[in-house]
Each structure stands twice: as C-alpha cells, then as structure tokens.
Design a protein around this ligand. Sequence first.
Ligand code: BEZ
Ligand code: FE
Length: 297
Amino acid sequence: MIIEHESMVTDAVLRAMANTRDPRLKQIMDGFVRHSHAFLREVRPSEEEFERGLRFIAALGHHTHETNNEVVLAADVLGISTLVTLLNKPLSQVESAAALLGPFYRANAPECALGDTIARSETPGSPLLVSGQVRDGDGTPLAGAVVDVWQASPIGLYENQDPHQENMNLRGKFRTDADGHFHFRSVRPAGYPVPTGGPIGELLVAQQRHPYRPAHMHFVVSAEGHETLITQVFADDSDVLQSDVVFGVTAPLVGTYRRHDRIDGFVPEGVEAPYYTLDYDFVLRKGVPTFPIPPIP
Ligand code: BEZ
Ligand code: FE
C-alpha cells in the first residue's frame, strides 16, 4: 500500500501482519499496533520526544545485567506487572491473592528442613518466626507443598545486592508436613527502595514519586495438581503500605507481623525478645503447576 495520509498507516501495518501464522501472536501484535498508534495520535510526540523515548527503552536494556533487570522494573513501576498478575489471577474470596514476582527471584534456593532459619549470614535484626498452612480451595491441607521464600534483609537489601551477605542468604525452600503446615525462622525484612541508578530512577524523580516498597516477604507456593501461587505478604505496620511504588499491595496480602516483647509460648533456642511472628496460610487453586523464569540467575 502506498501511504497517502497519516490515517492510512495503521491499516497498512495491520495488513502487512495479516498472514501471521500463530493466531495468538497475531492477536497480540494487532492489538499492540492499534493501541500504540492510538496512543501516538493522542499524545502527538515531537520527533525529539520520540527519539528520547527510544533512547529510554534502549537504556532499559543497557541497565539490565546479572543483578538488575531494568525491563522488569519498568513494567513494575508502571503497574503493568500488577495488572497482568490480577488479570490472570483475579482476586478471589477463596484462593490466596497473587502478587508480582519482582526482579529478585532466583531459582535453586537451598532446600531447608521445617524450623530452619533462612538467615545464613550474620544478619542483625529482629527475629521473625513464620508459620502457616497450605490448603486447597476445599480446605484440604496440602502435604508436601513447596514454599519457596525470599526477602530483603533488615537494611532492605537482597543478598545479590549486598556483598556482606552470603550467597542465598534469606532464601529457602520448605516442604509442608502431613497437615500442610510449614514454619521457619528469619529476621524481619525492611522496606526498601527499588533500584534507582538507571532510567527508572530518573523517571521516578521526574514524576515526584518515592521509590519505596513496604516491608514484605516473597513466596512461590507450589503443589502437585495445583496452580503455582506467586505472592508477597506485607508488613501491616509499614509506612508506605498505601503507596507501594510497584502497586503490589492488595488487602488480603497485608499480614500481621506480631511483635512479642517477652517470650510468649514456645520459641526456638536462641530467639530472644523482642521478636515477631507472622502466621499466614496459602490457599491454592486446582490446576497445573508452572514455574516462573527467574529474572536474575
Ligand atoms: C521486589 O519486591 O523484590 C521488587 C519488586 C518490584 C521492583 C523491585 C523489587
Ligand atoms: Fe521484594
């Protein structure tokens, strides 16, 4: 098609892509072209703004390496990751709420025994005792479910961001017992800023947004015959709960991080007051387990 006017461009592109073999790829690319062209017609970028936008996208790639994934971060701070999560896993009254994976998930976290601590380095901070049960939607406990957990340290850094922490510190995989229960030890995570050294940091400054996430723990919970749950459990006393920079907080994911000022019931040896407990159950939907691709090695 010979283009005679701006209004012909969208149709010309859609026609050029009309023979795409894979129908889903065709649907995705048609939608992308129609909506991105509509966006351009709405905001009418100047040529300088267009070049700046292209440089911004290239910079996302340049700032993506072993310990940082700026492309994932861009999707996160624009609410894209949360929207995709909630479109695929709508909030339900029965199954646990899902939340974005984030850029710091690593595969192959150490397999731990119930009761172990995931604090493998000297990680000063308040002790945290985490417990819960994994069930299916009918309330049946799921024995042998895998609870894969990772979190930031009490100063708000993941082990892969912090040379003072051992490899795989504050990461671990636990298997539920015959009653679907799990428990482990850790230290209370702190809230933290998302990485701000790249183009996303600049964007947040330009938008007058803070870069903080509320304190949270990440979980990937999986069991045979069930969809894998990717989620996070947030600290109820976090001061940025209402303004998570990546929009991950939904009401059911606010956990009660209970403070104990004296030893209260059974606590493992070495745990001194004040300490915290978090009791949080996970309910999985029947289906086929799938596993996320780790954004970093
Ligand atoms: C995280 O929770 O690990 C995270 C999520 C989105 C952006 C940065 C970090
Ligand atoms: Fe996190």
